[in-house]
Design a protein around this ligand. Structure first.
Ligand code: GLP
Length: 243
């Protein structure tokens, strides 16, 4: 894993530039996209670069990591809605080329999502955040490293973390559909971003813990092409030699 400790705005710029370079080199590339607050700055930077005519997303294919079970595609808390609002509505991507697991017709996504990604040529670049408990996508601690797209019961800590996006904690769905750990590890390149002090413990464990299923992000150490971008707060427990 290659670590970069940078200011948040430089992280957004650098990651957006990596995406733009990839798209310009391979216009029909496959991007793996994440939701949550972490990638918002990168999406903003991508919209700006599109507006500046630096890139076209016309032929790009995207696959999102996860979705809440039970939320309709138009529900304002759904990741379908999030993606349209924060990225897809502002660039020239063909919506038919964008894919988010279906939280209503769950069976469809369970059967076909990994197969579809494979048929599209596999994910060239996967963007990831990290949960405070080390989850990646919605793969909670204890998830099998060989998992493909599946349904999960969300941990109490994840429900609490994500309740900030809902009016009350009771509204947070208790289940989600998520790409599995193996689905994520199949990506050719992975970029994980962590911002803020509340991610510092997870980032420390990512570098210091052994590779184990009760800390899902630890599997990234076995992937040949991973970049970790942290701001100073998220990297605060990392020893100088790692930085
Ligand atoms: C959420 C999402 C993850 C995300 C993570 C961190 O539960 N399922 O894909 O990376 O938790 O979220 P945030 O970026 O809001 O801190």
């Amino acid at each position: 894993m290659k670590l970069f400790v940078l200011k948040e705005k430089d992280i957004n710029e650098k990651v957006a530039n990596e995406i733009v370079s990839l798209v310009n080199e391979k216009p029909s590339c496959v991007l793996g996209l994440a939701t949550g607050s972490t990638p918002l700055g990168v999406y903003k930077a991508l919209i700006q670069k599109y507006a500046n005519n630096e890139v076209s997303f016309k032929n790009v294919h995207t696959y999102n990591l996860d979705e809440y079970v039970g939320l309709s595609l138009n529900d304002k808390q759904s990741y379908h809605y999030y993606m349209k609002k924060v990225l897809f509505d502002h660039i020239d991507i063909d919506l038919n080329n964008t894919h988010v697991p279906n939280g209503v017709d769950v069976d469809k996504s369970l059967k076909g999502y990994d197969e579809e990604i494979k048929n599209a040529g596999g994910i060239d670049l996967q963007i990831l955040g990290i949960g405070s408990n080390g989850h990646i996508a919605f793969n909670e601690p204890g998830t099998s490293f060989s998992s493909l797209t599946h349904i999960v019961n969300l941990n109490k800590s994840t429900i609490e973390d994500n309740s900030r996006f809902f009016t009350s904690i009771d509204e947070v769905p208790k289940q989600a559909i998520t790409m599995g750990i193996s689905s994520i590890m199949n990506a050719k390149k992975i970029i994980l971003i962590a911002l803020g002090e509340h991610k510092a413990e997870a980032i420390k464990r990512l570098f210091q813990d052994s590779i184990r299923e009760d800390f899902p992000a630890s599997i990234l150490k076995t992937h040949p092409n991973v970049e970790i971008y942290c701001d100073a707060l998220a990297a605060k427990y990392l020893k100088q030699e790692v930085k």
